[in-house]
Design a protein around this ligand. Structure first.
Ligand code: ADP
Ligand code: MG
Length: 237
């Protein structure tokens, strides 16, 4: 099983944001969409999520043709850089939100929320408001919230971009560990070569609306598909 994107095109006016993209993202892996700013990573992620529609092409998620499904029917969870947390709700309520709107039984919600807060090491902060958390803790809350509804796919768009280097590194390790615990198919967008190379099982290099290469970090290093991939990876500091 996998996420399969075929023949995907997307224009904004005359500007070609995605140019006939074909890519297969295998189930259960941690995959990075890596590339320079403006290359089309977010557009690709948003179309996979169902937040935006392609002009043509198809998106298949785990064997289901999702091309025309609305976001809420795709069984995906999101985390964005500036995640819209509910400021007036406690950490526990934020995490419970997706379960409450689905009218799950109260005791099930409580159990699940406790389990998730434990997973992201926020149990002792369950009654705090988001404003009483650090930036890193807030993004861990966002991760727990995205996982609450047990999505088949977790999508993250530069989730740690706004945080300072030390916290970013810490969250990077978190994402890796969380993924290894939960095994949910995860796709994250980053322009940071080091982040992708250190965390991802597989990397999809996206540039100027095209997929330049798909491979493991080793494959990208050992056999870059072209000059662009070689020089872009070479920019690791
Ligand atoms: P990335 O995430 O790789 O930085 P994006 O997918 O956000 O790139 O954007 C790709 C290109 O499409 C950029 O040049 C951007 O300006 C353009 N673009 C993205 N969204 C829109 C939009 N809603 N309207 C017009 N242009 C857009
Ligand atoms: Mg982006």
């Amino acid at each position: 099983m996998s996420i399969e994107v075929s023949g995907l095109n997307k224009k904004f006016g005359d500007f070609v944001a995605l140019d006939n993209v074909d890519v297969t993202i295998p189930t259960g892996q941690l995959t990075a969409l890596l590339g320079p700013s403006g290359g089309g990573k977010s557009t690709l992620l948003r179309i996979i999520a169902g937040l935006e529609k392609g002009d043509s092409g198809t998106v298949n998620i785990e064997g289901v043709d999702a091309t025309n499904l609305p976001a809420q029917k795709r069984n995906v969870g999101f985390v964005f850089q500036h995640y819209a947390v509910f400021k007036h709700m406690t950490v526990a309520k934020n995490v419970a939100f997706g379960l409450e709107i689905r009218k799950r039984p109260k005791d099930e919600i409580e159990h699940r929320v406790n389990e998730l807060l434990k997973l992201v090491h926020l149990s002792q902060f369950s009654h705090r408001l988001p404003s009483q958390l650090s930036g890193g803790q807030r993004q861990r809350m966002a991760l727990a919230r995205a996982l609450a509804v047990e999505p088949k796919v977790l999508l993250l768009d530069e989730p740690f971009g706004a945080l300072d280097a030390k916290v970013r590194k810490e969250l990077r390790d978190w994402l890796r560990r969380l993924h290894d615990d939960v095994h949910v198919t995860t796709v994250f967008v980053t322009h940071d070569q080091e982040e992708a190379l250190e965390v991802a099982d597989e990397i999809v290099v996206v540039n100027e609306g095209r997929v330049e290469q798909v491979g493991t970090p080793d494959q990208l290093y050992d056999e870059p598909a072209n000059d662009f991939v070689m020089s872009f990876l070479g920019e690791v500091t």
